[in-house]
Design a binder for this molecule. Structure first.
Ligand code: DAH
Length: 339
């Protein structure tokens, strides 16, 4: 019986030494010295031994149990100390990461940059690199800034081309970003080099190529001696950056009330000429309306549709996707807009 006890104690001590972590040690503890453990079992049988054996066996079993319990506590202390020493390796947290739940959800629910916003940001950066300021203007405009000062008087047929949302107070939702030209000239003196990329509104019948809310980029440069050559350089640089390194451009004469001469610019894209934007030399009347002397200064201006450019670039076939809010459409742009 005493030999058996000693073998059991050795076995228990070996198991304690082999326990690699807290849970393994707990298992060893309950196997040998727990209530139903094997050493406790020996103690419970002491009462049924012949009287002369009860003393020595009981004493040996108690000693064995205490030795095993002490070994377990010592081992537990060692394991905790080792884990603490390793804390820097095993328990470090990257405090810049979102919490795990947010990370798990991000694949399904995370936001993405809207393709229009992405192009607006790219274009603003390109213009900044050419020394242009970016300006904002109000969405609710007055007649003078949207039309009159741009050489579009009340009876002018150009008003019909821009179906307007009129407000009950006589103001309107801007139909183009050109009014920002006038506001910029009123607010500062030449040289003025600025762009406005923003939302415009037209009372349109909606279809695949017509939206009532879309986006334009308006650029203008007013200074002494500004010419069509400057305009060509700026537009070619812009289009090469956003479309393709070897984009070709050409000007065709066209008419817009606020420029003289006025042009449409075409670009080559995927082997074809595409009509892309309106531009020209700011009309002397418009300079005057902005408080700038047309006998001293000249300027160029251009306006282009951002939605159309994104459609071209990414093969989007229906302009209504942009304002439609369908996440399946928007998530296609999750990886950014490169390429
Ligand atoms: N404002 C015009 C439109 O909405 C676009 C435009 C054409 C702007 C010629 C210009 C320009 O600055 O010179 O259709």
């Amino acid at each position: 019986m005493l030999d058996e006890l000693q073998a059991l104690e050795q076995e228990a001590l070996a198991a304690v030494a082999a326990a690699a972590d807290g849970p393994a040690l707990d298992a060893v503890q309950s196997e040998y010295v727990g209530k139903k453990g094997r050493l406790s079992g020996v103690l419970r049988t002491v009462g049924s031994l012949p009287p002369e054996q009860r003393g020595p066996v009981g004493k040996a079993a108690n000693l064995a149990r205490r030795a095993v319990e002490a070994a377990i506590e010592a081992r537990r202390g060692d394991l905790i100390a080792a884990a603490d020493a390793n804390l820097g390796e095993t328990e470090w947290v990257d405090a810049t990461l979102p919490p795990p739940a947010a990370r798990a959800a991000a694949g399904r629910l995370g936001g993405t940059v809207h393709p229009i916003t992405a192009l607006v940001r790219d274009m603003e950066e390109i213009f900044l690199s050419m020394g242009f300021d970016t300006l904002d203007g109000p969405w609710v405009e007055d007649d003078r800034h949207n039309f009159g000062a741009l050489n579009i008087p009340a009876d002018h047929p150009a008003r019909d081309m821009q179906d307007t949302y009129w407000l009950s107070d006589g103001n309107l939702l801007r139909t183009h970003t050109s009014p920002v030209q006038v506001r910029a000239m009123e607010a500062s003196a030449p040289p003025i080099r600025a762009v406005c990329l923003g939302r415009v509104f037209r009372h349109e019948e909606l279809d695949a190529t017509h939206e009532n809310t879309f986006h334009q980029a308006e650029g203008f440069f007013v200074d002494r001696g500004v010419s069509v050559g400057h305009m060509l350089y700026v537009l070619r640089t812009l289009l090469r950056e956003i479309l393709d390194d070897d984009v070709q451009v050409r000007l065709r004469p066209s008419y817009f009330p606020f420029v003289e001469p006025g042009f449409e610019m075409d670009v080559t894209f995927r082997g074809k000429w595409m009509e892309l934007l309106g531009c020209g030399m700011v009309h002397p009347y418009v300079l005057e309306q902005g408080g700038i002397d047309p006998s001293v200064y000249s300027g160029f201006a251009f306006g282009l549709g951002i939605d159309r450019l994104v459609m071209l670039k990414h093969g989007v076939e229906d302009v209504r996707h942009f304002m439609g809010g369908d996440l399946r459409f928007l998530r296609q742009f999750a990886g950014g807009l490169e390429g």
